[in-house]
Design a binder for this molecule. Structure first.
Ligand code: WQD
Length: 335
């Protein structure tokens, strides 16, 4: 059974990818410093898989931790999530983002190379495409950064593109991951007021927040609000399994979008979430948010051709799974 190192594996996408990897028959080791993950996530994962979860509480910036981990475990491939990912925060703390996201990747690659591990799936983002009218966006669209966060993702991709010979690299560009695992035992769990749309709507649905602010209704879109390519986090996790399998089986590298190709507006999401939670969710139109673009949707075909990946879950599935997770948390908190 192939053994995989999952850096940032206790995080939102990492924990869902953990479950998909175990379901696909992989043995998995999680490395996480829990700077953006709750300490009880490994226990939740253990309850779902019904088996022990191997976790190393450490940082990709710590070479000693990495060398010890590769000495303790015969790793066949790495899925690298551990990074800082808030666009706004990256503008305030560019050096932190470059240190963790670029320095951390370089440290990980050096440790992998020393251990003879040369298969890596890299968590990238549609943010590498910048602000573009080309919609849906193909993978060969030029890259341009609009924030230090986007810079670190482009830098990471370009570093990985220098690795040839016996390296195989999967670069996965996520669009907008949302939703939660079908067990409703893990999901997006932001500790403070969310910047992103769906976790914010979820807190309105639970009553933790009063109403949603809709950032602009004067965009060139069907209802004037921002349009994005939302993808269920379980579809996204499945994409990582297919990427890893391809690297291990073929040794060939790939760069693909992970999206649905479908655009949904802010108000589409409000309607869908209102249906999922059984009540009309309140919102108020606010001014546009700096840095937002009108539309961001993926050309999804390349992932289908190269990996056999296709997103299958609907916007309703995304909202239902998110509501089951956040409403279940209320029940757990009451118990
Ligand atoms: C979606 C839509 C907002 C909040 C971000 C990062 C991107 C990636 C995914 C890391 C937009 C609107 C939002 C709110 C709103 N992260 N909105 N009210 O900005 O597309 O992408 O997350 O890789 O890098 O930029 O996602 O969820 O913040 O916004 O009206 O309270 O919802 O204007 O149209 P975004 P988002």
């Amino acid at each position: 059974m192939a053994k995989i190192l999952l850096t940032g594996g206790a995080g939102y996408i990492g924990s869902h990818t953990y479950l998909a990897l175990v379901e696909a028959g992989f043995d998995v080791v999680i490395l996480d410093n829990f700077s953006n993950a709750k300490l009880d996530v490994p226990n939740r994962l253990q309850n779902i898989v019904g088996d022990s979860v191997t976790v190393v509480n450490g940082d990709v910036l710590d070479r000693g931790v990495l060398d010890a981990l590769f000495a303790d475990h015969k790793i066949d491939g790495v899925v690298h999530f551990a990074a800082l990912k808030a666009v706004g925060e990256s503008v305030e703390k560019p050096l932190d983002y470059m240190h963790t996201n670029v320095g951390g990747l370089l440290n990980l690659l050096a440790a992998m190379d020393a251990a003879g591990v040369r298969r890596i799936v890299f968590s990238s983002s549609a943010t590498v495409y910048g602000d573009t009218d080309v919609q849906p966006i193909p993978e060969d669209h030029p890259r341009t950064y609009t924030s230090p966060y986007a810079f670190t993702k482009i830098a990471g991709e370009q570093i990985l593109e220098q690795l040839t010979d016996d390296w195989a690299v999967g670069i996965l560009r996520y669009f907008n991951p949302v939703g939660a695992h079908k067990s409703a035992m893990i999901g997006e769990d932001p500790s403070d007021i969310p910047n992103n749309l769906v976790p914010y709507i979820a807190k309105v649905a639970t009553g933790d927040l009063e109403q949603l602010g809709v950032f602009g209704d004067d965009y060139e879109t069907p209802d004037g609000t921002g349009v994005r390519d939302y993808i269920h986090v379980e579809d996204l996790a499945d994409g990582h399994v297919l990427s890893l399998k391809s690297l291990i089986e073929t040794g060939n590298s790939h760069t693909v979008n992970l999206g649905t190709g479908e655009g949904s507006s802010v108000l589409d999401m409000v309607r869908s979430y209102s249906k999922a939670c059984g009540r009309e969710l309140p919102y108020q139109i606010k001014p546009r948010r700096d840095g937002d673009v009108a539309v961001l949707t993926a050309r999804p075909e390349k992932a289908k051709v190269e990996l056999g990946f296709e997103a299958t879950r609907s916007l309703a599935d995304m909202c239902r799974s998110s509501w089951a997770w956040v409403s279940g948390q209320i029940r757990n908190d009451r118990d």
